[in-house]
Design a protein around this ligand. Structure first.
Ligand code: ASP
Ligand code: MG
Length: 402
C-alpha cells in the first residue's frame, strides 16, 4: 500500500463545510487504496486571531505560553477533521504533534524538527485508520511543546512524509499550483506542471508564499515527491522533484510591506553588519557608497523592530553612528534556476532598463536572484515590467499547464 501525506492549509479548512469537503478528498484517496496521513493547519485566520489575543494581554512575542496558545489552532482542526471522517464512516484518529511522535529542538516560536517516531502512526495506519496530525508543533526533549514558526505545517508535512517514506506529499492549498509569479499582480502568470526543488526553494525564500521554504528544503533532502495543488479544483497541480530542470529563469516574486534601514558610520564594520543582518532574516542589502560609509538593508515591516534593536545593541561595536528608516517599500525578485544562470544573464539585467524611476535600488539578496527595491506605489508596475522582459516572451520554454 502506498502512503500519502496530505497537508491542508488554513483557507482549505476555513469553515466546517470546507473541512467536510477536504474529508471527502481524503476518503477519495483512501478508496484508491492508499494509506493516508493528513497534516492540518489552523482554521482560516485563527492563528492570527490567537496572536492578537496574546498581544492584548502581553507584549511577549515568544515563549512557552504563547506556543501553547498558538498550537491550539491546529489541534482544533485535527480533532474536527477526524470527527468529520468518522461521521462519513471512515475510521480516523487525531493526534497532536507530540502524540504523532514529532520531536523538535527546544526553541519556542521557531523550533526545527529533530526526529520523528513513526511507530504510533504506523500502528494506527495498520488498523485502517486515517491519521490526522496537528501541524506546526512538536515536543522538545524536556517535554515542552514548541511551535515551528509561522507557516510551519508545511514543514510538518514534509518531515512526516520523509520519516514515513511516503510515496507522495501533497500540499493542498487555495491555488492550483506554483505560478511563475503572483497572478494577482501579473495577470498572465502561469502554473508550472513540474519544477525542481531548488527553483521552488528559491521562489519560497523570496516570498512566493505557496509553501514554506523549510518544507522544500526538507523534501529535497529526503527526496520526497512533492505536489502543490488546490484543495478545491481538479487541477493536477505542480509536481516537484529532483531534476526536472526548467528554463534559466524560474519566476518573479514581489514583496510588499517592506522598509529600508539605512546605516551610516565612518568606520562601520560593513562585512560584520551584513553577515549579522543575513542571519536575522533581512531580505536584501546594498553597500550604497563604498567610500561614503552607507549601508542599506531591506527588511519586512514585521521584522523592523527586531532588526533595529539588534542593530542598536551592536551599534558601537559595529561602528554604526546613525540609523534611519523609511517605510512603504517593495521588492521585486527575478529568480534564476541557479547562480550560473544568473551570472550568464547579467548583461541583460541592465539596470537602466528597469531604473528610470527615482529611488530604485538593486540589492543583494540571494546568489541566484536579482532583486530591486522600490517605493511601494511603483512596485506592481515594476514587477510587471520585469516579468514582461524575462518571462512573457519565454513562456513557451516552460513546462506550463494552462
Ligand atoms: N497556523 C500556523 C500559521 O498560520 C501554521 C501554518 O498554518 O502552517 O502560521
Ligand atoms: Mg495558517
Amino acid at each position: 500500500m502506498a502512503i500519502i501525506v496530505q497537508k491542508y492549509g488554513g483557507t482549505s479548512l476555513q469553515t466546517t463545510e470546507r473541512i467536510r469537503q477536504a474529508a471527502n478528498r481524503i476518503i477519495g484517496e483512501r478508496e484508491k487504496g492508499n494509506q493516508m496521513v493528513v497534516v492540518v493547519s489552523a482554521m482560516g485566520d485563527s492563528t492570527n486571531h490567537l496572536e492578537q489575543l496574546s498581544r492584548e494581554v502581553s507584549s511577549c512575542t515568544n515563549g512557552r505560553e504563547k506556543d501553547l496558545l498558538l498550537s491550539t489552532g491546529e489541534q482544533v482542526s485535527c480533532a474536527l477533521m477526524a470527527l468529520a471522517l468518522q461521521e462519513k464512516g471512515q475510521a480516523a484518529i487525531a493526534m497532536t504533534g507530540e502524540q504523532a511522535g514529532i520531536e523538535v529542538e527546544y526553541l519556542h516560536g521557531n523550533a526545527k524538527v529533530t526526529a520523528i517516531h513513526t511507530k504510533c502512526m504506523k500502528k494506527e495506519l495498520q488498523k485502517g485508520k486515517v491519521v490526522i496530525v496537528a501541524g506546526f508543533q512538536g515536543v522538545a526533549a524536556n517535554g515542552e511543546l514548541c511551535t515551528l514558526g509561522r507557516g510551519g505545517s508545511d514543514t510538518t508535512a514534509a518531515a512526516l512524509a520523509a520519516a514515513l517514506k511516503a510515496d507522495r506529499c501533497d500540499i493542498c492549498t487555495d491555488v492550483d499550483g506554483v505560478y511563475t509569479a503572483d497572478p494577482r499582480v501579473i495577470l498572465n502568470a502561469a502554473i508550472y506542471s513540474y519544477m525542481d526543488y531548488d527553483s521552488l526553494l528559491t521562489m519560497a525564500e523570496m516570498g512566493a508564499g505557496v509553501i514554506h521554504p523549510r518544507a522544500v528544503a526538507h523534501a529535497k533532502e529526503y527526496q520526497v515527491p512533492l505536489v502543490i495543488r488546490s484543495s478545491f479544483s481538479e487541477h493536477e497541480g505542480t509536481w516537484i522533484s529532483k531534476d526536472t530542470s526548467i528554463s534559466s529563469v524560474a519566476g518573479v516574486t514581489y514583496q510588499k510591506n517592506l522598509c529600508h534601514v539605512r546605516l551610516f558610520g565612518r568606520r562601520m564594520k560593513k562585512e560584520k553588519i551584513l553577515r549579522r543582518m543575513k542571519d536575522s532574516g533581512v531580505i536584501g542589502t546594498k553597500d550604497v557608497h563604498a567610500h561614503l560609509d552607507e549601508l542599506l538593508a531591506v527588511v519586512k515591516k514585521d521584522d523592523l523592530d527586531q532588526t533595529i534593536s539588534m542593530l542598536d545593541s551592536y551599534k558601537d561595536q559595529l561602528g554604526v553612528q546613525t540609523i534611519q528608516t523609511e517605510i512603504q517599500k517593495a521588492a521585486i525578485h527575478l529568480i534564476f534556476v541557479n547562480e550560473e544562470e544568473k551570472r550568464k544573464q547579467t548583461a541583460l539585467m541592465n539596470e537602466k532598463k528597469f531604473m528610470p524611476l527615482e529611488d530604485v535600488h538593486s540589492i543583494d539578496s540571494h546568489p541566484a536572484v536579482w532583486s530591486v527595491s522600490v517605493q511601494e506605489e511603483y512596485g506592481s508596475d515594476m514587477a510587471r515590467r520585469v516579468y514582461d522582459v524575462f518571462m512573457t516572451e519565454n513562456h513557451h520554454k516552460f513546462p506550463l499547464a494552462y
